[in-house]
Write a new protein. Structure first.
Length: 195
C-alpha cells in the first residue's frame, strides 16, 4: 500500500498527490491522510469520478482515505492525445477572480500549476493585459509554464501589453504575439477557457 501524507497541504495539491500515487500502481491501494475537510471531499469526488472504490475514516480531525484500484480501472485520458487540438486558455490578469488581490494571485498560481498536472492540455495559452506578468516576472508561474511549453503547449504573450508594462525585455517563457494572432487563435478554437 502506498501512503500519501497530505497533511497541511491545501487544494489542489492533495488531489494531485493522490492522482500521482494512483498512476504509480496498476493494482492495489493507497491511503491518503489529510487534515482539511474540503481537500477530503475533493479527493473523494476525484476517486468517484475515476471509478475507484474508497472508504474514509476520521480520527481526531484527521481523515484517512483508502482508495482501491484494480487492473481494469484506468485514467480516462490514457487513450487520448495529450494536446486538445482546439482548446485555448486566455489569461488577462495576474490574478484569478475579482476579490482579494492576494487570494486572486494565489488562485492563479494554483491554476497554472494544476495545468501542469493535467493529462490533456490546451493547444495554447494566450496572455494579455496584466496576464503578461505571469510570463515575464513571476518565477513560480514561469517555471510551470516552461513545463507546459516542453509538453507542447504554445505560450503566447501580447507584445503591446509587454511594451505597456515595460516587460518586453524580461519575457522568460513562450513567444511574443499580436492582437491579430490572439483573435485568430480564439476564432479557430472549439473551446476557449478563461479562468
Amino acid at each position: 500500500m502506498i501512503k500519501v501524507n497530505a497533511i497541511g497541504q491545501t487544494c489542489p495539491i492533495p488531489v494531485i498527490m493522490t492522482k500521482n500515487a494512483l498512476k504509480e500502481i496498476t493494482e492495489g491501494s493507497i491511503e491518503v491522510t489529510i487534515d482539511n475537510k474540503i481537500s477530503k471531499e475533493n479527493i473523494e469526488k476525484f476517486s468517484k469520478e475515476m471509478g475507484f472504490s474508497f472508504s474514509t475514516r476520521e480520527e481526531n480531525g484527521v481523515f484517512f482515505i483508502l482508495i482501491n484500484k484494480t487492473p481494469s480501472e484506468t485514467f480516462p485520458y490514457n487513450n487520448t492525445s495529450n494536446i486538445e487540438n482546439n482548446t485555448v486558455i486566455i489569461i488577462a490578469s495576474d490574478k484569478m477572480g475579482d476579490g482579494e488581490t492576494s487570494l486572486g494571485e494565489t488562485l492563479m498560481k494554483g491554476f497554472i500549476y494544476t495545468l501542469t498536472e493535467m493529462e490533456v492540455l490546451p493547444q495554447a495559452i494566450l496572455f494579455y493585459n496584466r496576464g503578461v506578468f505571469l510570463t515575464a516576472s513571476n518565477e513560480t508561474t514561469i517555471k510551470d509554464l516552461k513545463l507546459l511549453e516542453e509538453r507542447g503547449v504554445e505560450i503566447l504573450s501580447c507584445g503591446a501589453c509587454l511594451n505597456f508594462y515595460h516587460l518586453e525585455n524580461t519575457i522568460s517563457v513562450g513567444s511574443i504575439t499580436n492582437m491579430y494572432n490572439i483573435i485568430d487563435k480564439q476564432m479557430k478554437a472549439t473551446k476557449v477557457i478563461r479562468p
